[in-house]
Design a protein around this ligand. Structure first.
Ligand SMILES: Nc1nc2c(ncn2[C@@H]2O[C@H](COP(=O)(O)OP(=O)(O)OP(=O)(O)O)[C@@H](O)[C@H]2O)c(=O)[nH]1
Ligand SMILES: [Mg+2]
Length: 574
């Protein structure tokens, strides 16, 4: 069997609408009628299937030379009759049968195999992906009689670490499995395992790193994604890395790998796959439809963290704008992905009309937010102009998130900006005055931290905040020296500075957190980098930094004075 959404054939019978699903073309009227009659059958709740029902299936299947599949609910009612080809059956969308976290689908799948073959890999894939109560393949013997039954069902986890169990095939008349007992014992096991984990399936995530060609440092990248996920409240249950020559445009990691991921997710009870990097809207849809899991990417995790952190009006507006811009193209597709992105796991997507409305609303809101941000930009521009009028030079502290920027601002200016051991503690810029020993003042500002591959929508949305940096006379680039990943992080920050058009501004490198680094390591770093070494939590280490900054600021002020007097001179000449 294989799962693809499929069109179906409708038939009316005695006022009750029943449908034949699947490959119904070319069926004779009397065959259709007999197939539809299958809907009338009932099976006792403790039987998987009765020999009589099995025989009805195999006879019909032999006659039409196609596989036949019935999906039966726990009451023993036939819910779906599906006609296949001679080698496979396509299961329609059965999502109206919902399952809880520790529950099976409540439907069992019985289908015929014309050549008496055992359960195929696709059959087992259906088992993992659709979570039916069980799956049975019924061999069709010569003359349409039923032969052996092959049964498999999910288990919480067997000794071999597999999530399903196959039973020994038996002839249909010897099949004595007590169905209701089997299901309740499986579900009990699931509940037990589920309780033991105590991670809600909505929060349990598997991280997926797919790296292509010579992509640098997958470990670093995945470690960072782990931190990001922890910050946004997800529980990381496992990480899976795949190296490929080039991305699979449709499935990202390939269909086979995705299937393995679903199996792993079921073993660990994870409801979310987090992809390192940014997924295309189409990819999100395909993967969501295939896995029935919540699919998120790195960008979304970062946006989520920003959304949690935003407190000021400006911060909130900027984050909302970034989120909407990210979601808008993903609203276009008609599928379940949207509700999974925005709501809880398993919620079905809104219908197309509703999506249209949502899209229009999202666009309207984006325009409104953009107007507000422009206004904020203007206000801040005025504030900036006032500061400039006072002639105070500006030092801006920048750097990778969690490097210690806010701590440095606090210690330098004796203030109390929020500084915490978490990613993106600071979203809103703060400015303070700083008086130097040689008795002059500057403005020093702290702002949002950078991260590798800062999402484009965030950069655009935060333009009002990031624009402030353009006015800086000096950028103080704070580096967390205690993080072994520091060289890559310096590069990432420099790339963002370049992208923001800030590479003309002089930069003073500050290696921070040296209290956490050995003397030898510091000596090596000194050799390789032109930087000042400090520990922002300890004011007594800051003197060399203050000296360097003071010298640099005096140069800036001298330059300003010169250009002012040049202007004055040229004005007098005119
Ligand atoms: N041991 C040690 N910890 C430090 C030092 N400087 C900062 N920290 C800690 O590092 C963590 C992050 O500091 P912040 O000042 O919030 O970092 P930030 O760069 O402003 O981070 P974001 O605003 O999140 O981008 C906090 O827990 C600080 O206490 C230092 O010199 N030594
Ligand atoms: Mg900060």
């Amino acid at each position: 069997m294989i799962i693809i959404r499929d069109s179906s054939h409708r038939c009316k019978e005695k006022g009750k609408t029943t449908k034949l699903y699947g490959n119904t073309t070319g069926l004779k009227a009397n065959e259709e009628k007999r197939l539809l009659n299958l809907y009338r059958r009932r099976i006792a709740p403790d039987r998987v299937i009765t020999p009589e029902f099995a025989r009805a299936l195999t006879e019909l299947s032999a006659e039409i030379r196609r596989q036949l599949c019935v999906l039966i609910d726990r009451k023993g009612t036939v819910q779906y009759v599906i006609v296949g080809t001679n080698s496979m059956v396509v299961i329609p969308d059965i999502s109206r049968f919902r399952m809880g976290d520790a529950r099976l689908r409540g439907l069992r799948s019985i289908h015929t195999h014309l050549k008496g073959e055992p359960l195929s890999r696709d059959d087992l894939a259906d088992l993992a992906l659709l979570k039916p109560d069980l799956i049975a393949a019924l061999s069709v013997k010569e003359g349409g009689l039923p032969g052996d039954v092959f049964i498999a069902h999910l288990v919480a986890e067997n000794g071999a670490g597999e999530i399903w169990q196959e039973q020994e095939p038996v002839p249909i008349h010897r099949l004595d499995t007590d169905f209701s007992q089997l299901i309740s014992s499986i579900e009990d096991e699931f509940v037990k395992k589920f309780r033991a984990r105590r991670v809600k399936v909505e929060d349990g995530a598997i991280l997926v790193g797919a790296y292509f060609g010579r992509d640098a440092d997958p470990d670093d990248s995945l470690d960072e994604l782990k931190e990001l996920c922890a910050t946004s409240g997800l529980t990381v249950l496992d990480t899976v890395v795949q190296n490929r020559n080039k991305p699979d445009p449709k499935w990202v990691v390939g269909r086979g790998k995705l299937f393995d991921l679903v199996v792993r997710a079921q073993q660990l009870n994870a409801g979310i796959l987090v992809f390192d990097g940014e997924l295309e809207p189409d990819q999100v849809r395909t993967i969501t439809d295939f896995t029935e899991m919540r699919i998120i990417d790195r960008t979304q995790v970062i946006l989520d963290i920003f959304a949690r952190r935003a407190v000021s009006r400006q911060g909130k507006i900027q984050v909302e704008l970034a989120q909407l811009k990210y979601l808008l193209p993903r609203l276009i597709t008609k599928n379940t992905a949207m509700s999974r992105l925005t709501g809880g796991i398993g919620g079905r997507g809104p219908g197309e009309t509703k999506l249209e409305i949502n899209r229009r609303r999202a666009r309207d809101r984006i325009h409104r937010l953009e107007r507000e941000i422009k206004q904020i930009g203007r206000e801040r521009g005025q504030q900036r102009a006032q500061r400039m009028k006072k002639g105070l030079p500006i030092i801006s502290i920048i750097g990778y998130t969690n490097a210690g920027k806010s701590t440095l601002l606090n210690t330098l200016t004796n203030s109390n900006v929020d500084a915490r051991d978490m990613l993106f503690a600071t979203l809103d810029p703060s400015s303070r005055r700083l008086r130097f020993p040689r008795d002059f003042e500057v403005i020093i500002t702290d702002t949002v931290g950078f991260i590798r591959n800062l999402p484009r929508d965030l950069v655009t949305a935060f333009s009002a905040t990031l624009d402030e940096l353009k006015n800086a006379d000096v950028l103080v680039h704070v580096v967390d020296a205690s993080d072994p990943r520091y060289p890559a992080r310096i590069e990432a920050v420099e790339k963002i500075l370049h992208d923001l058009g800030l590479d003309e501004i002089p930069v003073l490198m500050v290696f921070n957190k040296i209290d956490l680094v050995s003397g030898i390591a510091i000596a090596q770093m000194r050799e390789r980098n032109d930087a000042v070494f400090v520990s922002a939590v300890n004011s007594s280490t800051l003197m060399p930094l203050i000296d360097r900054l003071e010298d640099q600021m005096l140069l800036v002020m001298e330059r300003d004075r010169l250009s002012e007097s040049e202007e004055e001179a040229s004005e007098t000449l005119h």
